[in-house]
Write a protein that binds this ligand. Sequence first.
Ligand code: 3LM
Length: 393
Amino acid sequence: MSNAYKPETLCIHAGREHAHPHGALTTPLYQTSTFVFENAAQGARRFAGEEEGYIYTRLGNPTTAELENRVAALEGMQAAAATATGMGAVSASIMAFVAAGDHIIASKAVYGCTFVFLSHLLEKFGVEVSFVDMTDHEAIQTARKPHTKLIFLETPVNPNLVVIDLEFVGRFAKQHQLVSVVDNTFLTPLYQKPAAFGIDLVIHSATKYLNGHGDVVAGIVVGDTERISHIKMTTLKDMGATISPHDAWLILRGLKTLALRMERHSDNAQCVAEYLQKHPKVKRVDYPGLKSHPGYRFIGQQMKRAGGVLSFEINGGVSHGEAFINATELWTLAVSLGDAESLIQHPASMTHSTYTSEERKLAGISDGLIRLSTGLEHVEDLILDLEKALKKI
Ligand code: 3LM
């Protein structure tokens, strides 16, 4: 499929298999755990990798394969491996490329469970991780050790929306032969393509925008054929964070409206950020779509738009923040993001409670921070709801 097509078209057609049985328009759901061999010799050939074909859904499934092809096409990369959760993608990708004695450079602020995986779990296996402020290029360079193998980040950062320079990271990783891994969950391939900056592996929590309907947990890692095969044949096959074909099928359905949804999410987030920034009870708004945000300079360069997530702090600290969160009606109090419903949550006590308060401070995640995932409702209703809640505090 030509890459010259516009994003709305690519979301519906890129990487799509056209020859489905019985001429089915949409991808059939192959809800099967195993696949029948014609005879013993064929089974043996498939296990030996001498013949293409499916064996068992943990190793591959046609519905899952279509999701992988579609997301790889959108990212402009060769291949993908879909996983049971976003954390399945994070852990399978990283563990496939490091061993005891290796070192990782990671962004000091990342999604809470990613932080735990990097800081506590990998330590058990003798992998060392340095957490750095990735807006500071010198700090990245200084963190490198002779045994550094991989660099990991997400941009914009969950939950404080810091933007990291992918061009620098891509160049740095190539120069020192590090595997570069970027979590692209917040922007999706429509608004940011890390591969354009030489990033090796791109991760998504497909739970979020790719699926978009709040009814699936899933993940995906995208990269070149060699690295993705390595993940599939090692950490994915043998640790087993395989996606369910039914979840893959739901995400395939969600993908068709990704362009439309991202546009509305971003339009709404932009309006909400501008509204909050002017409010006297609001201390600070973190959203790269605001001219005052340090990440604004990347808009139109590294990232097409700023996406649907923003964070802010209100005057009066944590207690006022808590009262505010309890006072909203349309903004539903729940973690996760990228759904049709607008969601509100408190990172310090929820998504990022996996950091100690000291670690959070070092990571630049303040205890008063409130995170919003703007949904697809009418923005006037969303702003009115914020207005009412702000009046109550
Ligand atoms: C959240 N985030 O509310 P799953 N990468 C990023 C993420 O934001 C997430 C993952 C990976 C949230 C989940 S908190 C209990 C709920 C940037 C998840 C992990 O394994 O699919 O949840 O993805 O910020």
